[in-house]
Design a binder for this molecule. Structure first.
Ligand code: KIV
Ligand code: ZN
Length: 396
């Protein structure tokens, strides 16, 4: 029996915090519908205290979604009240409250009026604020998530204390964010393991992770955390989010699916919906997907070199570890260019309706190479012109 990993999607909250991205209420509602179709377990719909638009979006998503809908709130009563105002019509509401726990965050949070407090006193105050926030949120609903912002750089002993306190106060999910994308996979995994071993009541909450991609390690850190006891992953479509973004949902899900030989986990994600979801998020946010982006980039299933095209035509597994159909990409596209070989050309011509004898193929291939030398990519229309030309050439 496989163990289910909860997929918490934050495209509509952290994802929307990407520089340049902004979504209107209707766009958020449509993305949320698609996320539900995709099969995510939790949709973080926004940060209600930050603007009336955010509040309305959370209200609309919560009212119609069958998934758990989360609203973010700082660990203060005003934010938590706003989160609940947005969530009270939701079928499955979750209040997600957070506070910075690393020394650098703690110091930044105390203004001059707290000047004179020692670090220990500041840490104690933060711990009390966290536990009070969870207890206050618990007066509205049972499903409470607490995040220790910048846990990646938080003192491990203090992190354990704060996690124990918030679970005692009623948190049902404890999230360990690598807010600045600073940790290495082995280090982050050990952090999770240490919490499991040092927090006495840890079994009363789900351990979640939320990794940022500043060093390009967000997905690797997330997978490492799963190997050490995390059971909820926070991620976004196309990996969008603050700065270099969040762990990419499609990469985590496909890494788990393709390498199911390495673990005993499963997710509820309908992977055939990944591509559609990715395109919708890109269109609505205006954030384009880099061509070589894993899983959903334009080149993710394209093969240009002759050797690769030849191998693919004989057996797709030669150069593909998953099928394009398994993530909802319509078909494998072979890009014809200067590195392409005769087999690739022949296969494309066949698909276009041109069946050539060996000698004809030889002649067409020579002309193809001339064109490919001048152009980066040879399109179907180029081939049609070339073939039209070829058919009217003397001797043909
Ligand atoms: O990166 C972060 O720490 C966050 C928290 C609010 C969960 O986004
Ligand atoms: Zn974040």
């Amino acid at each position: 029996m496989k163990e289910k990993i909860l997929v918490f999607d934050t495209t509509l909250r952290d994802g929307e915090q990407s520089p340049g991205a902004s979504l209107n209420v209707q766009e958020k509602v449509e993305i949320a519908r698609q996320l539900e179709k995709l099969g995510v377990d939790v949709i973080e719909a926004g940060f209600p205290a930050s603007s009336p638009l955010q509040l309305e979006a959370v209200q609309r998503v919560g009212a119609e979604s069958g998934a758990i809908v989360a609203a973010l709130a700082r660990a203060v009563e005003g934010d938590i009240t706003a989160a609940w105002k947005a969530l009270q019509q939701a079928r499955k509401p979750r209040i997600h409250t957070f506070i910075g726990t690393s020394d650098i965050h703690i110091s930044g949070k105390f203004g001059s009026e707290r000047y004179g407090l020692t670090l220990q006193e500041k840490r104690k105050t933060i711990l009390r604020m966290a536990a009070d926030a969870v207890a206050f949120a618990k007066t509205f609903t049972n499903d409470i998530e607490f995040s220790a912002e910048d846990a990646g750089r938080t003192d491990p002993g203090y992190l354990a204390e704060i996690i124990e306190a918030v679970i005692t106060a009623g948190a049902t999910t404890v999230n360990i964010p690598d807010t600045t994308g600073y940790t290495w996979p082995s280090e982050f995994g050990e952090k999770i393991e240490r919490l499991r071993n040092s927090v006495p009541n840890i079994a009363n909450a789900v351990i979640s992770v939320h990794c940022h991609n500043d060093l390009g390690l967000a997905v690797a850190n997330t997978l490492s955390a799963l190997q050490h006891g995390a059971r909820q992953v926070e991620c976004s479509m196309n990996g969008i989010g603050e700065r270099a973004g969040n762990a990419s949902l499609e990469e985590i899900v496909m890494a788990l699916k393709v390498r199911s030989d390495l673990h005993n986990f499963c997710t509820g994600v309908v992977t055939e919906e990944l591509y559609n979801t990715s395109r919708m998020v890109s269109t609505f946010t205006g954030i384009i997907i880099q061509p070589n982006k894993a899983i959903v980039g334009d080149n993710a299933f394209s093969h240009e070199s002759g050797i690769h095209q030849d191998g693919m035509l004989k057996n797709r597994e030669t150069y593909e570890v998953m099928t394009p159909e398994s993530v909802g990409v319509p078909r494998t596209s072979i890009v014809l260019g200067r590195h392409s070989g005769k087999h690739g050309l022949q296969s494309r011509l066949l698909a276009l309706g041109y069946k050539l004898q060996d000698a004809e193929l030889e002649a067409v291939y020579r002309r193809f190479v001339d064109i490919a030398d001048k152009k980066k990519e040879v399109y179907d229309d180029d081939l049609r012109v070339l073939m039209g030309d070829e058919l009217t050439r003397p001797g043909s």
